[in-house]
Design a protein around this ligand. Structure first.
Ligand SMILES: [Mg+2]
Length: 225
């Protein structure tokens, strides 16, 4: 019997993809570089690689930010000195953080979950500090149950242990928890491997289309398991 809904944060509750694009559209022109679709892709690719190094504890959070710039800035021919990296990233962050918004379907989904008598929690591959800031900025603080980050559970999705640790901390058996997230490879498959129920929130219709529990919006979240 379902007792709780374990929600991913980025691109599930908060539109991180749009926030990144909006931030780059403001930040890059401030450096004299026009923002193109190719640069958005490049930024994401570089960011994901360095963020992964942080999640795997190979670098500090600040160092992964510097690493992203060391790789990205030469690609857009922006000269920099090593000592300027933190200040340059701070400018990007101002644009990024002011672009954080919750998806419009979140309110309805949280109301439906509460009406069904279910609890909520968050499991995210982000950092504790930044994810709490994100929840605060988007008006979600206090509207969800516990927030479990990589730093809390000691490992990151897709490690099934991240789900098991979150359920153990939450005090709910995995079989009574529904994982909901935008990444089939991170939020759905490993959740099932850990014994949870799972739904793929496929907002951009990226598939896989043969996933039996696939929804396009949180408004479609099935709660009758
Ligand atoms: Mg996500």
């Amino acid at each position: 019997m379902l007792r709780g809904v374990l929600l991913d944060l980025d691109n599930t509750l908060v539109d991180q993809r749009a926030a990144t694009a909006e931030a780059l559209h403001r930040w890059l022109p401030s450096l004299g570089v026009p923002c193109t679709p190719e640069l958005l892709v490049l930024w994401d690719e570089v960011a994901e690689r360095h963020f992964k190094a942080w999640r795997e504890r190979r670098v500090t959070f600040r160092e992964q930010r510097r690493g992203r710039l060391r790789e990205f800035l030469p690609r857009v021919r922006i000269p920099y000195a090593e000592g300027e990296l933190d200040a340059i990233f701070a400018d990007y962050l101002i644009a990024y953080e002011s672009s954080w918004r919750a998806f419009p379907d979140v309110d309805q989904a949280l109301a439906a979950i509460a009406a069904a008598g279910l609890r909520t929690a968050v499991l995210t591959n982000g950092s504790t500090e930044q994810q709490h800031q994100k929840l605060a900025r988007t008006g979600l603080t206090g509207r969800l149950g516990p927030v479990f980050t990589v730093e809390d559970v000691g490992t990151s999705k897709p490690d099934p242990a991240a789900f098991l640790s979150a359920c153990a901390r939450w005090g709910l058996p995995p079989a009574s928890v529904l994982s909901v997230g935008d990444r089939h490879d991170l939020d759905v498959l490993p959740a099932r491997r850990a014994g949870l129920l799972a739904v793929h929130l496929d907002r951009h219709d990226g598939g896989p289309h043969d996933e039996p529990h696939r929804i396009r919006s949180l408004a479609e979240l099935p709660l009758d398991w």
